[in-house]
Design a protein around this ligand. Structure first.
Ligand code: SAM
Length: 232
């Protein structure tokens, strides 16, 4: 059974698309794409030997060698230019996702959609989209087994549009997610409540610290808490 997170990622891929799943691990998403007839062809890219072998085995088990190409390599280096329409990158930090997209910029030519699921650092991914000619076209937030995930979808196009809102600045929307902020789901509120708890613990520790820089850092954390209080 595929997870709700991976299924939601797959739901954002147009039917018949040629898809790359970068960091495919056991190729579960790639398999789902083919078994559900969502993608016509999938490249499953994987950097590390263990998961690469697991992906090969999985593709063999479902007999999909003709429609899933498992390749070992770093980020988008496994792709030929123009080979896929959609790139999915899931389950990594936002910083790593951005570096994969930046290093592989030449492979994005001809790609029409990105479906990205950063575990942390969503703001970095939205900022990269904004600065690199990608229109954030959809977002969703979900909770599975107690973990909250955000999925960001980008299409080629006018990068500014979704970041307009009368009560939040562009910088705030980069953090909150413009679509998520419009929707204001209970999961989004829960995400920021958890952030609040995390920062409150940091603040409590800083207040107990006798280090000279602790007071300055505590003021920064107080400002962060005040901002979070304004969004939950
Ligand atoms: N995408 C799957 C998911 O969301 O369930 C697997 C996520 S797993 C936490 C991250 C995978 O990305 C690992 O299998 C890791 O080996 C792979 N990975 C990390 N950096 C990579 C890179 N630069 N290029 C390709 N794969 C990478």
């Amino acid at each position: 059974m595929i997870s709700k997170r991976l299924k939601t990622i797959a739901d954002f891929c147009p039917e018949g698309a040629r898809v790359a799943d970068i960091g495919s691990d056991h190729a579960l998403l790639a398999s789902y794409f083919i078994q559900q007839n969502i993608a016509s062809f999938v490249v499953a890219g994987e950097l590390n030997e263990g998961p690469y072998q697991a992906a090969l085995k999985q593709v063999h088990t479902i007999g999909a060698e003709d429609r899933i190409s498992v390749r070992r390599g770093n980020g988008l280096a496994v792709l030929q230019k123009g080979e896929v329409d959609v790139i999915c990158i899931a389950g990594m930090g936002g910083q790593l996702i951005v570096s994969i997209l930046t290093e592989g910029a030449d492979k994005l030519e001809g790609v029409s959609r990105l479906v990205l699921q950063p575990n942390v650092g969503e703001e970095l991914v939205r900022r990269w989209m904004l600065e690199n000619g990608w229109q954030l076209s959809n977002e969703t937030i979900l909770e599975e087994d107690g973990i909250i995930y955000e999925i960001l979808v980008a299409d080629r196009g006018e990068p500014m549009l979704p970041y307009r809102n009368k009560d939040r600045s562009r910088e705030e929307l980069l953090r909150l997610g413009p679509f998520l902020w419009e929707e204001k789901s209970p999961v989004l509120a829960r995400k920021w409540m958890r952030e609040r708890e995390k920062w409150q613990k940091v603040l409590n520790q800083l207040r107990r610290s006798e280090k000279t820089e602790a007071a300055k850092r505590a003021r920064e954390v107080e400002a962060e808490l005040e901002w979070i209080d304004g969004v939950i």
